[in-house]
Design a protein around this ligand. Sequence first.
Ligand code: NAP
Length: 310
Amino acid sequence: MSETIYDVIIIGGGPAGLTAGLYTSRAKLKTLLLERMIMGGQVMTTTKVENYPGFPGGIDGPELMMKFQEHCQEFGLEVVTGEAEGLVDNGDYKSLTVDGKEIKTRSVIITTGAEPSKLGIDGEASLVGRGVSYCATCDGAFFRDVEVAIIGGGDTAAEEALFLTRFASKVYLIHRRDELRATKILQDRIASNEKIEVLWDTVVEKANGDNSGLTSVTLKNLKSGESSELPLAGMFIAIGVTPKAHFLAEILELDADGYILTDAECRTSMPGVFAAGDVRKKILKQIATAVGDGAVAAIMAEKYLDGFVE
Ligand code: NAP
C-alpha cells in the first residue's frame, strides 16, 4: 500500500483553519486538518459575535463555528485530533510529527491561533480553576451573586465584564491605564452599566486564596503608588493573547512576541508553508480577517502545489 502524502495539512481548527480547509477541500486537494483539542478556536469562548457580516443581531460563537464545520463537511474535509510537533522540509515533501507519528504533506497551513496571556503574578497559577480564570464565557456562571474582577482594557475584557454582570453582584474592571483600548461602543456600554466599576491606573500584584479558592487580590495604584486589598470570589484575566507557535521557534521566522512572520500572501520563511489567522503577525485579529487569511493561504498553497509560486 502506498504511503499517503497529503497535498495540504492545516494545523488548527479555528476560523482561519476551517476557511483554508473549505477552500482546499473544495479545490479537491487532499487535505487533512489537525486540531489539538476543540474545533472552533477562541470563538468557542465568545458569547455573541456582533461584527461578523451576514448575521444581523449577532450569533453565538459556538453556533457560528458549527456552521463553519458543517460547511467544510459538505466538501469532505478530513479532520483528526492530534498535536503537531516537528516540521521538516524534505524538499519534495514536508513531514510533521503528530503524536509521535510522521505524516507527510506537500504543503502546510498553520492556523494554530493564540491563547490567553498570563499575568505572571503570585497566586495566579495555583488558583486557576479555583477563582482564577481566563474565560468568562466558560466559567462566569459559577460566580452568581458574588463580586468578581476582570483584568485588562481591550475588547475581550470589556465584553467579558459585560457578560459577567449577568451573574455577579458586582464586576470590577481593573485596567493599568486611564483609558480603555476597547472600541467606543463597548466603552459606552461599560460606562452605562451600574454593576461595573472601573479601577483605573491599577494593577494586580498578587492573588490571595485559601483552601476554598480565591479570597482577594492585592492591588497597586500606579499613579498614587498605594497598595490595597480587594476581596473577590473570582478574577478573570483578559490581557491579550500569546501566539501558539512555540513548536516552530527553531523552524520558521517569528517576531519577538512569537508571531509567525509572513508576507501579504501568508507565505512564511519556509517555501510551501503558510500561516493564517491570529498566529500570524498582522494588524487586526478578528474572525473576518482570520477568514480572509485562511482563503489567501489556501489559494497560495494551491498555486505552490501547481508550481506557480515558490
Ligand atoms: P488586547 O486588545 O491586546 O488588549 C489587552 C489589554 O490588556 C490591554 O488593555 C492591555 O493594556 C492589557 N494588558 C496587557 N498586558 C497586561 C498586563 N501584563 N497587566 C495588565 N494589563 C495588561 O487583547 P484582547 O482584548 O484580548 O483583544 C485581542 C484582539 O482581539 C484585538 O485585536 C481585539 O480587537 C480583538 N477582539 C475583538 C472583539 C470584537 O471585535 N468583538 C472581541 C474580542 C477581541 P494597555 O491597553 O495598557 O496596553
